[in-house]
Design a protein around this ligand. Structure first.
Ligand code: PEP
Ligand code: MN
Length: 342
């Protein structure tokens, strides 16, 4: 339920409403707007009686919400959210590209990649320091050393950095180095991890679980938002289907569907969907055309030697070609490419 206050309502009126919500056993979440404040009621699993609120002279109206995701849904928040990652805005109508290697491997690899990307159309650097690999024998990431190398790459390139967190310890370390925390597909329903990143004030890139529905994704985002962190970008990275055309199936239909249901920006990740480098470009074009706010592209200076996800990683010149093409698709839709300092 959303309790919309009158324009003339005072802070004391808002506190009265919040106290009434608490007295009913629910959690109030005040949402100050440009003109008036609304108080969202959280924690109810069935419709709450709006009568006592409607009776208050300081309340303009009471709106019942039909969706289980409240803070991330459009019912409570019709306007698009713009998420700031360092100096970069995601969701402002323009196209933002995050790119970089799957994993941080050494200083030369991450710094040379970051410097190239900054000059060639990327607005953020991605790179894993903690890698949740399918096999325990695969490269697990450099951990803290990887975070330090990401920070060095940010200093060298100016690009804000995005890195995956996998547990409480990695969040504690990453908040001091990264500009955005990524929750990977395998952890989308790790609810205790979602709560932990929700308690930080870092923007979060939440990747859709490979077997999760759009509703599951939005409920996971709600976990983060309900802890007080609404700086969330939702990522479509491909789901498991019967199709054997690609590593995963990029659910392009999900992009406009999520944007209709939620005010949060949407990122598409054609690299993890396709699994092979030479199909990343055509799918990236399609993702922009269908309305993605942002793209995530894996890039490596020498994909053949990459410690993870080499087969899907683009060489530098291929990334530059991709940027030129997706920029043209965006321009056809009246959108421009976000570049640093641009
Ligand atoms: C990644 O971004 O490198 C990654 C592991 O992604 P996902 O969680 O989508 O597989
Ligand atoms: Mn990867």
């Amino acid at each position: 339920m959303l309790i919309v206050m009158r324009n003339s309502a005072t802070e004391a009126d808002v506190r009265t409403v919040e106290d009434m919500v608490r007295a009913m056993g629910f959690r109030p979440h005040a949402m100050p707007g440009a003109v008036r404040t609304a108080v969202c009621v959280l924690g109810n699993d069935r419709q709450v009686d709006g009568g006592p609120f409607e009776a208050l002279p300081c309340v303009r109206e009471v709106i019942h919400v039909t969706k289980p995701y409240k803070l991330v849904g459009r019912e409570f928040h019709p306007d698009d959210t713009v998420v700031r990652v360092g100096p970069v805005s995601i969701g402002d109508g323009n196209l933002t590209i995050m790119a970089g290697p799957c994993a941080v491997e050494d200083e030369e690899q991450i710094v040379s990649t970051a410097v190239f990307l900054a000059r060639n159309g990327a607005a953020a650097l991605r790179g894993g320091a903690f890698k949740p690999r399918t096999s325990p024998y695969s490269f697990q990431g450099l951990g803290l050393e990887g975070l330090k190398l990401l920070a060095a790459a940010r200093d060298a390139s100016g690009l804000p950095v995005v890195t995956e967190v996998i547990d409480e310890k990695s969040v504690e370390l990453a908040v001091d180095y990264a500009d955005m925390l990524q929750i990977g597909t395998r952890n989308m329903q790790n609810f205790s991890l979602l709560k932990i990143v929700g308690q930080t004030r870092k923007p979060v890139l939440l990747k859709r679980g490979m077997s999760a529905t759009v509703k599951d994704l939005l409920m996971s985002a709600e976990y983060i938002a309900s802890e007080g962190n609404e700086n969330i970008v939702l990522a479509e990275r491909g789901i498991r289907t019967f199709s054997d055309a690609s590593r995963n199936t990029l659910d392009l239909c999900a992009v406009p569907s999520i944007k209709e249901k939620s005010h949060l920006p949407v990122l598409a990740d054609p690299s993890h969907a396709m699994g092979v480098w030479d199909k990343v470009l055509p799918v990236a074009r399609a993702a922009v055309a269908v309305g993605a706010d942002s793209l995530m592209i894996e890039v490596h200076p020498n994909p053949a030697a990459a410690k993870s996800d080499g087969p899907q990683s683009l060489k530098f010149e291929m990334f530059a070609a991709l940027v030129a093409e997706v920029k043209a698709v965006a321009a056809a839709m009246g959108r421009s490419l976000t570049v640093l300092g641009g």
